[in-house]
Design a protein around this ligand. Sequence first.
Ligand SMILES: C[S@@+](CC[C@H](N)C(=O)[O-])C[C@H]1O[C@@H](n2cnc3c(N)ncnc32)[C@H](O)[C@@H]1O
Length: 407
Amino acid sequence: MIADQLAELIERLGPLSFETFMEAALYDEGGFFASGRGAGRSGADFITSVETGTLFGVLVAREIDRWWERLGRPDPFVVLDVGAGRGQLARDVLRAGPACASSLRYVLVERSAALRELHRDHLPWEPPEDVLGPGTETDEDREEPEGLETSGGGVAPGTGRVTAPHRGPLVTSLADLPASPIAGVIVANELLDNLPFVLVERTSTGWSEVRVGRDRGRFAECVVPAGPPLADLIGRLLPMDAVPVGARLPIPTVAARWMREARRAVGRGGLVVVDYAAEIDALVARGAQGWLRTYVGHQRGTGPLDDPGLQDITCDLPTPVVVAAALSAGWVLEGAVGAQADWLVDLGIEELAESARGRWTQRAAIGDLAALRDRSWISEAAALTAQPGLGAHRVFTFVTRRQGSSR
Ligand SMILES: C[S@@+](CC[C@H](N)C(=O)[O-])C[C@H]1O[C@@H](n2cnc3c(N)ncnc32)[C@H](O)[C@@H]1O
C-alpha cells in the first residue's frame, strides 16, 4: 500500500516534500494514475475538455493543422499528445480527419502503463519504431533552419528521423517524450496540473516549505524553513513582494523540469499547454483550499494527505511561474496567455455550434446518430467555453523560436 510505504519513508527520512508525496500517490505502483484511474465518464474520476464529447478534438485537429501549415507542411509531422490518458483526444482528432493526416505521426505520451494499454484497443496503434523511424541524427539535422518553415520530405530537417512520407496518419504511444527531436507540436491538455509540485508559504523573512510528516498515525503537514535550493528556485520564478505573508502557493517543480525535456523533444515547432492556471493574486485570494484539490469518482475528494493512491491530487498552476519556467527552458512565449474560451472561438467553435444547431433543428424529429451528435455539440460548445468552468482554463502557446527570427 502506498500509504504504508510513505509512512515507512517518513519514519526513515523525516518529513517528505509534497512533491515526493504526490509523486508516490499518483505514479508509484498502486498510485492513482498508475492504476489506470483518471479522466473519463462512467467509472472514471473527472471530466476534462476532451471528455465532454467529440467537439474538442475537432478543434484541436484544427490547431494541429495550423501548426502543420505554419511549419511548411513537414512530412513527417509529429504531434506529441502528452498526458494522453486513455487516448480519447487521439481518437477524436483522427476521426476529425485533419488536413495534415497523410503526414501525421500521432504519438500519445502517457506515463501510466495501465492507460497506455488502452491505446492499442481503440486506436490503429503501431510500434513506435514504425511510426517514428530509426533515428539518424546528424549535426546538420540538429541545426534549425531560418524561421519555422521547412520544405518537407522524407527526413524532416531538425528531427533526424527517417520515415517514409505520405504514410500517415500513423499512431503510437510512448511512456515518455521521444529521445530525438521532432518537427511538430506538443499538445498537453491538463497535464501540468498533475505533475507533482512543492508547497510553499510566504513568511515575514522569506519562504517556508510545507512538508508531509506523521502525527498520531496520520499524514500531517510539517512547515519548515525552505532550504537554499528551493528558496533560490522560488526567487527565480516568483517576485516575493507579489505574495503576502502567510499565503501559500504551489511551485510546479516537476512541470519546470518537464518544460526542459519538452524543449529538447521539439527541434522545430511548438508547445500548446491547456490547463487550470491563475495569476498569483487570484491564487492568494482563493487560498490553498481553493487551488489545491482532490477528485475521485466524479466527486471532490478529501484532504490531499488522505488516502494516497486513491484520489487525484491537482492544483491551479501559477501562470507567471509556468511562463518563467518555460522561458528558462528555452521556449519563446507566443502572444498572451489567454482563456480556453477565446482560443476555441478563434478555432471556430461558434460556427461549428451554430451549424450543429441548424442541422439539429431540421433533423430533431428524425433523431438519428448525426442529429444526436449535433445536439451534443451544442451543449459541448457551451461547456467548453463556460467561464467559470472549462472555458476559463489558460492556454499557453510556446514556440521553439520567434517567427522570422534567426536566433
Ligand atoms: C488529467 S489527466 C489528462 C488526460 C487527457 N489529456 C485529458 O485531457 O483528458 C493527466 C494525465 O497525464 C499523465 N502523466 C503525468 N505525468 C506524465 C508525464 N511526465 N508524461 C506523460 N504523461 C504523464 C497521467 O498519467 C494522466 O493520465
